[in-house]
Write a protein that binds this ligand. Sequence first.
Ligand code: NAI
Length: 354
Amino acid sequence: MAHLPTPAPHEAVHLIEDPETGLHGVIAIHSTALGPAAGGCRLWQYDDDAAMLADALRLARGMSYKNALAGLPFGGGKAVIRMPATLPSRARLFAAFGRAVAGLGGAYVTAEDVGTTTADMAEVRAKTRFVAGLPARPGQAGGDPSPWTALGVFVAMEAAARSLGTGLSGLRVAVQGVGQVGAALCTLLHEAGARLVVADADAARAAAVAARFGADMVSPGAIIAADADIFAPCALGGALDRQTIAALRARLVCGAANNQLATPEDGARLAERGILYAPDYVANAGGIINVAAEYLGEAADAVEARVRAIGPRMALILVRAGECGETPAAVADAMAEAIMAEGRAGLGRTGLAA
Ligand code: NAI
């Protein structure tokens, strides 16, 4: 496995290649300060290697911050594989990937991500034990992380709403994207008495969710400016940019999507408009909390308390942001960086670990 020049602050970037199976990708390790670098494996059609590398570096860094603030004993990493022009055997591709992960001796722990499945991870598991995201065994943590991600977003939203002096009951929440996480979030919001307005690129999916919860349905283009108290981005990243922020009518943003801010300046743009932003990687950590518990061989009932701890954590970040006049995103980043700087001992002392 070749080592590529590693741009700071990442620790390592490994080129993973196996011409026989079409494997061509990178494993980026941002930080192992808190433990093995954990982050999923993405299979995607990139225009070129530069785009693939940039994505791996950005995602690996994001995982370090997410894992640190979730109080998990893991650093941040990410594997990215370029979708080959022809893929004769998916099983052999992931077996080759598994060998590459094994070659890192535990510095990196993989899992499923966009474009990969539990079946792919089962192929990886045949080659290495440094993998999670496998089908759950009875009583053990594991399985679909989406309901846990939805619960984390829900408790984060409750905490953020409370910081605005209100509960969720009676509030109107605009949910952008009602896939695995968005639909599960709608269930929790409906049970809490919130009113819903939903949109999805897949109109039939949005219609089904709208019918189930008596929600309003709007087109994907109209959800940003929907008449709502809270905007919940649960589709793709980059939903918040100069244009969409100008159109937002909600006073709180809290959702599941990764990298919701198109640029760091968009955090300030939200603040200038008086819109409270619940940092994405704090709110959406429920899935990785479940995956981490699976990897560590923990029981299923260890997961819920840790996911519910996202609520008080979000409240703390919002209080600190209010006190020091920084954006919540900047406060979350600074807290994560402080935990990483302190190393594993810092996880217990921050009071962040559940
Ligand atoms: P999903 O693929 O099941 O759902 C995404 C939904 O968004 C789909 O229904 C899709 O049709 C819709 N969509 C795409 N573009 C849209 C647009 N422009 N407007 C409206 N709808 C659009 O994905 P999932 O698993 O629900 O994840 C949602 C987001 O949360 C993603 O950004 C993901 O990276 C993030 N996330 C998911 C976690 C999980 O546990 N599944 C964990 C952490 C983050």
